[in-house]
Design a binder for this molecule. Sequence first.
Ligand code: BTN
Length: 281
Amino acid sequence: MNADEVLVGKTDCRKSLSIPAINEHLTTKHIGRELHFADSLVSTNKTSIEKAQGGACHGTVVLAETQTGGHGRQHRLWYSPAGLNLYFSVLLRPTFSPDKAPPITLASAVATADAVEIVTGVKPTLKWPNDLLLDGKKLSGILTEISAEISADTRKISWIVLGVGLNVNTKEFPPELKTTATSLRLYTGRCHPRELLLATILERLEHWFTVLTVKGAAVVIDAWKAKPNILGEWVTIKSAGKPNSVSGLAKDLGEDGALLLETRKGVVERVISGDLVQETH
Ligand code: BTN
């Protein structure tokens, strides 16, 4: 019996991440070739942004076994126990202009869903703009942060940090998350290899990032729409900084990745960001 098994027992799937195993599975050219691993960080996005500001290269990945202040949109905390799940951030330095950036979030959701399906056979539902669900519960969340130089004669992305949290082997969530969060372990009843999942997500992300750069957003948006998703459902969106929410039928995605909502009055509204809640009717 090794130290991990003595510590926590085999049945909860808890095991330390193996960096050599990640490198063995990694097939990318750029993404993840510079990999920073820490046992514990406040937030991999925070460290990744510091590295971006310090000049780190395109494709740098920051990975942590646990986070003490991992967070999502609206500053919500991301539950980050050690030895069970994936918490990582990818630094991208795209050549496209800042107005072409929003679909990168859809591309990362497609990449994560591809990898989950390839490794486990499970097909998550995509919740616009950047969540993965199983049985209506959150399996993965993606936090996109961006810095751009915009002036009279410059429009340039300095960096994009994509922070991915994927609930892989959590067997039990704290009471406040039990009804809203799930994991691959809970859905399938099996333990899943985090190293292979990470390497596969990075490979799919490199693929979709190249597609977005070379072919443009339409191909990424078509890939998003080809997966199980929330289109066709009644939803409510609350956008940060806006007092009122907007409800309607999730009709389609626009050519820039915006959600097109048809309200009860038959008006189609374009929503570019916000928190989506599915309605039960
Ligand atoms: C959301 O649900 O709003 C997004 C959640 C993103 C969580 C991940 S965990 C790794 C990375 N580091 C963070 O602090 N957040 C992201």
